[in-house]
Design a protein around this ligand. Structure first.
Ligand SMILES: *Cc1c(COP(=O)(O)O)cnc(C)c1O
Length: 362
């Protein structure tokens, strides 16, 4: 039979428009140098011994399904955030929770508004739902233009995604602009604030998002154990929302999305918050050191409140990424836009400063 007689399986049309996710490349050794993977904003610290012990214990029960209700984890998160457990939803990473949110809200013809450049998962989850992404350009300081995003909301808009701090550029939205934005957007439109880097924020003007939930039942806060808590490999994230939305987002979860080891490790990590947040303080101190040195070199970069810095290099993006690679640093270039580099071990950060000095400030 020739291939014309064998028509291919018919995939959903929506898939054709979905971009591939580009994962951070693994570190690769260059000319005897220790290589550093600074392309995925991972935590450079290894898991705490106490968390590893819990992981090992949970592994002994791998013949059993995990708790589908995620009871212990949801109760621990509710106590941690200071809200009712009915407001918490968990998923396989906050990307998993975001997929649950989009699945619960969006179908073909709907619109999702987000800033651009922002987290590259946004166009993917939007496209998978068959919805249309409406990308609103960042301002000259690489910040969200919340006024323009509010103006982009139409009858078709189901969801607005705000990334704060913005991945890959780093700035946070401010409390005042977020309040104005929420006052302007219809309460029938869901507004997600993606706070994957919340623990790294040191800007006094940043919003206290959970405090806005009561007044704005359309607001959803998205957080993760992947960055500050160093559990990227286990895939746990959560949302805080109105009880109604939380129930809807739980419905669209993949069955048993958060595995038993991940549930146990996340609960244990909340119990070790003080130590883990001490590590975050050390990374924030390194971020400050890197930012000051780059400014002294003459670089003008957006202000980062996350665990990375962003070099808006435009045409020079790939050349800078190659210079980093030659120094054993695997970074995350966005061709034509800029390069994102994770704040990691001091040695990796020092090497970044050397490459940046040599490359010449822009
Ligand atoms: C890393 C990141 C996430 C979290 O991803 P997980 O799926 O929780 O690992 C979510 N949003 C943004 C903006 C991120 O950078």
């Amino acid at each position: 039979m020739d291939s014309a007689a064998r028509p291919p399986v018919r995939l959903r049309d929506a898939l054709a428009a979905v971009p591939d996710y580009v994962p951070g490349k693994p570190a690769s050794a260059t000319s005897g140098l220790t290589a550093y993977k600074v392309s995925s904003n991972e935590n450079p610290y290894p898991p705490l011994p106490s968390v590893l012990r819990v992981v090992e214990k949970a592994a002994a029960d791998l013949n059993r399904y995990p708790d589908m209700a995620n009871r212990e984890l949801i109760d621990a998160l509710a106590a941690f955030v200071g809200v009712d457990p009915a407001r918490i939803v968990v998923g396989a990473g906050s990307s998993g929770v975001l997929t649950q949110i989009v699945t619960a809200l969006c179908e073909a013809g709907d619109e999702v508004v987000y800033a651009w450049r922002s987290f590259e998962m946004y166009p993917i989850v939007t496209g998978l739902a068959g919805a249309r992404g409406v990308a609103v350009g960042l301002d000259a300081d690489h910040r969200h233009r919340l006024d323009a995003m509010a103006a982009a909301v139409t009858e078709l808009t189901k969801l607005v995604l705000i990334c704060s701090p913005n991945n890959p550029t780093g700035p946070v939205v401010h409390d005042r602009e977020l309040r104005l934005f929420l006052a302007r957007v219809p309460s029938s439109v869901c507004v997600v604030i993606d706070e994957a880097y919340a623990e790294f924020v040191r800007d006094p003007d940043a919003p206290d998002a959970p405090a806005l939930l009561e007044e704005h039942p359309n607001l959803v806060i998205l957080r993760t154990f992947s960055k500050a808590y160093g559990l990227a490999g286990l895939r746990v994230g959560y949302a805080v929302a109105s009880p109604e939305l939380a129930a809807a987002f739980a419905k669209t979860a993949a069955p048993f999305a958060v595995n038993a080891i991940a549930q146990a490790a996340a609960v244990a990590s909340l119990g070790e918050s003080a130590e883990l947040l001490g590590r975050v303080d050390a990374i924030v101190a390194e971020r400050g050191r890197v930012a000051r040195s780059l400014a002294e070199q003459g670089w003008r970069l957006p202000q980062s409140h996350a665990n990375f810095v962003y070099f808006p290099l435009g045409e020079d993006t790939m050349a800078f990424a190659q210079a980093c690679a030659r120094a054993g640093l695997v970074v995350r270039p966005f061709a034509g836009d800029g390069v994102r580099v994770t704040i990691a071990e001091p040695e990796a950060n020092d090497r970044l400063l050397d490459v940046a000095r040599e490359f010449g400030p822009r």
